[in-house]
Design a protein around this ligand. Structure first.
Ligand SMILES: Cc1ncc(COP(=O)(O)O)c(C=O)c1O
Length: 407
């Protein structure tokens, strides 16, 4: 496997030219230059309202369509109409719940987990107010990855949907979604996957996973502050319209995009593909589109495993540290989102001691409140989370380890 070319990568991110170390990437990544270029190209180009017959409006429409197609390529959707665009994953999941639940009856059931970010719990749990029965799929204590078999007893012929994370933003563990999808499909229910913590690290293939819905945030995948919801075409077609009253269900995906998406941000998502294609080229891979994306993420995964191992081996070696998640760096099991606590120290005090070094890490529950509260941590202020992506270096990990030692 080709080693990651850090000179190429650093050069592709203007924000990395300084001395700052970004290790809070699960909160939001830096933006590739290609994305900024696309953004400005739109704003300084055909920045007009879509849908008119004059040339600039047609061009604007074509550029927004390119952005949607790019997001479709990123999740391997079979067509661009399978992508609903929106400001954030939280908003898109709220919209999805609002649309689907219009067809649900009191007594229908949904399953949420205790290991998701609130974005994929709250919209479903709130449906209890209209009589939907909400069941919780919990990880057993000490377990970081759900056993698919433990889902079965929670499913019934009234189950409409199961909502789960592909990767926990605390544990960093990659969950066995394809296996779970088989169980959910056999029960006649839909599967809604939160891929926000996975998409920055691996090539997403939502159809291959068997997800009916799959959401991710472009602003954590080197793109603009924007998000996309993949929906299998017939699942989207079946959903109710939440846009203007005179739209009908056949208007996919616009019926799910009230008020339209931000055009310039939609177009800028094309820059994510530009970046990944340039990445592939820089690593000797002569490909475009999906093959380039898959090859790029293969190199990224191998590099990330080295970053994880550097930090995890340090954490494993300290008796006062408890790793909150899998202690192994294996790229098939985890992404480099690494949480831990230190005996006798508050997470806040450790992070604040690291702040002056110019390294950005973070503490808290990261809105995975059900999970972190269930852990019953002694310090009361959540975990310390270090979340790397491929543009981080082993040298930065060493700087962090020194800072943690000093703290
Ligand atoms: C796993 C996970 N899901 C969902 C979200 C929410 O994403 P957004 O800010 O796009 O609503 C986050 C944000 O941190 C997240 O980490």
């Amino acid at each position: 496997m080709t080693d990651l070319d850090s000179t190429f990568v650093t050069g592709a991110f203007p924000a990395l030219s300084g001395d700052r170390v970004f290790l809070d990437n699960a909160g939001g990544s830096q933006v590739a230059r290609h994305v900024g270029d696309r953004l400005m190209g739109y704003l300084y180009g055909p920045n007009v309202q879509l849908g008119a017959s004059y040339a600039a409006s047609r061009e604007a429409g074509a550029r927004v369509a390119e952005g949607r197609a790019a997001l479709a390529t990123l999740v391997n959707a079979t067509r661009p109409e399978e992508v609903v665009m929106g400001a954030t994953s939280t908003q898109l999941l709220g919209q999805l719940a609002a649309a689907l639940s219009q067809d649900w009856e009191p007594g229908d059931e949904v399953v949420v987990t205790n290991f998701d970010h609130e974005a994929n719990i709250g919209p479903w749990a709130k449906l209890a107010a209209q009589g939907v029965v909400v069941k919780e799929w919990r990880l057993a204590p000490g377990q970081h990855r759900p056993d698919p078999e433990t889902l079965r007893p929670l499913l019934s012929d009234r189950t409409k949907l199961v909502a789960m994370a592909h990767v926990s933003n605390i544990y960093g563990t990659i969950n066995p979604v394809a296996e779970i999808a088989d169980i959910v499909r056999a029960a006649g229910a839909l599967l809604c996957v939160d891929g926000v913590a996975y998409a920055p690290h691996r090539a997403v293939d939502a159809p291959a996973l068997g997800a009916d819905f799959y959401v991710f945030s472009a602003y954590k995948v080197y793109g603009p502050h924007f998000a996309a919801l993949y929906g299998r075409h017939d699942a989207l077609l079946a959903a109710a319209n939440i846009n203007h009253r005179f739209f009908d269900r056949s208007k996919v995906p616009q019926k799910m995009e009230p008020g339209n998406a931000q055009y310039e941000l939609a177009h800028a998502c094309l820059g994510i593909i530009d970046y990944l294609e340039a990445f592939a080229q820089a690593h000797g891979i002569n490909a475009t589109g999906r093959p380039a994306i898959e090859a790029a993420f293969g190199i990224i995964a191998a590099h990330e495993e080295k970053l994880s191992e550097r930090l995890l081996s340090y954490l494993r070696g300290r008796e006062d540290v408890t790793i909150v998640g899998a202690p192994e760096a294996d790229r098939t099991l985890r992404v480099p989102t690494i949480s831990f606590v230190i005996a006798g120290r508050s997470s806040r005090e450790v992070v604040e001691a690291v702040d002056p070094t110019g390294i950005g890490i973070r503490y808290g529950d990261f809105y995975s409140r059900s999970l972190v509260e269930g852990l019953d941590l002694p310090n009361g202020d959540g975990v310390i989370r270090v979340s790397a992506v491929h543009y981080n270096t082993l040298d930065e990990m060493d700087r962090l380890i020194s800072a943690l030692e000093a703290a």
